[in-house]
Design a protein around this ligand. Structure first.
Ligand SMILES: Nc1ncnc2c1ncn2[C@@H]1O[C@H](COP(=O)(O)OP(=O)(O)OP(=O)(O)O)[C@@H](O)[C@H]1O
Length: 258
């Protein structure tokens, strides 16, 4: 596994490799049910940062606080990137678009909010591999195509930080690999990319930094190689099995003794 930071530094933007968001001592609770506490992570440009961990450990919640869509109970999310109209792009786990409009019209609408031309929007459709589906109505897109449109939407306006919640879940291996290639390309273009995923193979191949959420916080964090070394194993899957506490066949529900 290589980090791609050295390559990306040659692209010449002044944010290459910089910490664009720092998350400090973050806590989130639904009422008096704590989801996580004391989460501290640095989100850097040119890196794909992957959040992994069992169902219900708070990955989506953490992404929503990063994207400013949920207010943390304690701690801080600080953005240190450039002053731009759109600082953070966000792909929800289940992107949905207003029916009755084509993929191109939909993206053009979002593009118009940040001053992007039709040509720029077309180039975005092309980049995610949706050029042939540009005139197809959004309700006629497959699950994979809807995700691709969602990724194009998340990247519109070139936000320095792009947050993708399980961008490849439920997709075939080819489409999953394609989506992670796009994530890699975004990172190589000086974006700080944050993804959640349950696909350990894709994460191991793509991520520069991994944070494993478990038992109400970040259980382990590091580069894929550092984690393999630390647990003396040869796959991220084995790291996961070694690091996750408790019964791997049960869903974590914080605040309950299920
Ligand atoms: N609106 C809500 N009200 C109360 N609890 C919630 C709400 N949304 C999520 N939760 C709980 O918060 C916890 C974290 O949920 P979250 O969706 O962030 O986990 P996750 O790690 O993304 O899970 P998954 O891997 O299944 O997508 C879970 O226990 C979930 O049941």
């Amino acid at each position: 596994m290589t980090t791609h930071e050295d390559d990306a530094r040659t692209t010449g933007t002044d944010r290459a490799g910089a910490t664009l968001v720092d998350v400090e001592d973050l806590a989130f609770a639904y009422g008096d049910v704590s989801v996580f506490e004391d989460v501290s992570i640095e989100i850097r440009a040119n890196a794909v940062t992957a959040l992994i961990g069992p169902n219900g450990t708070g990955k989506t919640t953490l992404l929503r606080t990063l994207a400013g869509l949920a207010e943390p109970t304690a701690g801080a999310v600080r953005y240190h990137g450039p002053d731009v109209p759109r600082e953070i792009g966000y792909l929800p786990q289940q992107p949905a678009f207003r029916p009755g409009f084509s993929a191109a019209e939909t993206l053009a609408f979002y593009g118009s909010l940040v001053g992007e031309s039709r040509a720029e929007v077309s180039a975005r459709l092309e980049r995610v591999g949706l050029a042939d589906a540009a005139d197809r109505n959004v309700e006629a897109l497959s699950g994979g195509m809807t995700r691709l449109l969602g990724i194009a939407q998340a990247a519109i306006g070139d936000p320095p930080v792009v947050v993708l919640d399980e961008p490849a879940s439920g997709l075939d291996p080819g489409m999953s690999a394609h989506i992670y290639e796009i994530a890699r390309e975004l990172a190589d273009a000086d974006t700080a990319v944050v993804v959640t995923s349950h696909d350990m193979g894709l994460v191991e191949r793509t991520a520069d930094v991994i944070a494993l959420l478990d038992a109400g916080g970040v259980a382990v964090t590091g580069s894929p190689n550092a984690l393999l070394d630390r647990f003396d194993v040869d796959s991220l899957h084995a790291v996961y099995e070694a690091a996750v506490s408790g019964d791997l066949t049960r869903v974590s529900v914080r605040g309950e003794s299920a």
